[in-house]
Design a protein around this ligand. Structure first.
Ligand SMILES: [Fe+2]
Ligand SMILES: [Fe+2]
Length: 299
């Protein structure tokens, strides 16, 4: 029997996940102005501009966030026949995500970092480019979004670490955004987990969404160059993606102990484990060359 797009019997459980999220959100309600260096409005600041690498990391995060209208459109369209608590979550999620690009853009403007006109052009190019995907079912969308939220959280935390010495106010703002991404991740992650617990055959769409995952910022016109730079500077690359994202979700979803009965699902599990092994080797190789580089005084 083919898998259902999602399991309607899980609606009460998903409603509890939504309630958990909304009560946590009410508890830590925040506004983006609280994380901005507003004194820059009033007095010339002696703040130094961000380094090139930090600026690119922050701008990449911003250009990823500005495409929110399309992420919402894609989720709205893909989930419009799904359970109500999932649709409600997408609305709440959109309202929370909406602060992220505002905070980053306002920070860059207030602190006069980067070329504002160029950044504006890039923002418009990203949004005009839309967002396409090859997610075929609502469950795949849940897996993709869980991985994406965790990857975004990891990206923010890595960027916060590199900019701590340049501007602790910015590092604090990035960590604040990362907390939102963590809570968003928790919702999608637990929707996926609930399905796998009832029916491990969901490993088929799970494996597809994980192995085909690409960062949402891929629609930024020079995304490849940006990612290569941030990886070579060890801000965020395959090591972080493997360690902080793929292994975290696979461990939470207990992939090593899934025991599907159907041959197609068993094959999907094998493919997923192969993907993890390839990524593990790549991450190990990159960490080893980074260690050699730092011992010899290089990058
Ligand atoms: Fe975000
Ligand atoms: Fe997010």
């Amino acid at each position: 029997m083919p898998l259902e797009p999602m399991l309607p019997s899980l609606e009460p459980r998903i409603a509890q996940l939504l309630a958990r999220h909304t009560s946590a959100s009410a508890h830590i309600d925040w506004s983006y102005h609280e994380f901005l260096p507003l004194e820059a409005y009033h007095a010339p600041s002696d703040r130094r501009p961000l380094s090139e690498v930090t600026y690119i990391a922050v701008e990449t995060a911003l250009l990823t966030e500005v495409n929110l209208p399309w992420y919402t459109a894609v989720l709205y369209e893909g989930l419009k026949n799904s359970m109500e608590p999932i649709q409600e979550f997408v609305r709440v999620w959109t309202s929370e995500e909406d602060q992220h690009s505002m905070l980053l853009e306002t920070y860059l403007l207030l602190t006069d970092n980067g070329d504002h006109a160029e950044r504006g052009k890039r923002r418009r190019a990203v949004v005009a480019g839309g967002f396409s995907h090859d997610l075929e079912t609502p469950f795949e969308a849940m897996v993709y979004t869980a991985v994406q939220e965790l990857a975004t959280q990891a990206f923010y935390l890595c960027t916060a670490n590199v900019c701590e010495g340049e501007d602790p106010i910015l590092a604090r703002a990035l960590r604040r955004i990362a907390k939102d991404e963590t809570r968003h991740y928790a919702f999608y992650r637990d929707v996926v987990k609930a399905h796998l617990e009832v029916d491990p055959e969901y490993v088929v769409p799970l494996a597809k969404a994980i192995t085909q995952f690409r960062m949402p910022g891929r629609v930024i016109p020079d995304f490849k160059e940006r990612s290569a730079l941030l990886a070579s500077e060890h801000v965020f690359g395959p090591e972080q993606f493997y360690q902080d994202v793929v292994e975290v979700v696979c461990s939470y979803w207990d992939v090593d102990n899934l025991a599907p009965a159907l041959p197609e699902a068993q094959e999907a599990l094998v493919q997923l484990q192969r993907y993890r092994a390839v990524l593990r080797r790549l991450a190990k190789h990159r960490s080893a060359s980074a260690a050699v580089g730092s011992r010899s005084g290089g990058g």
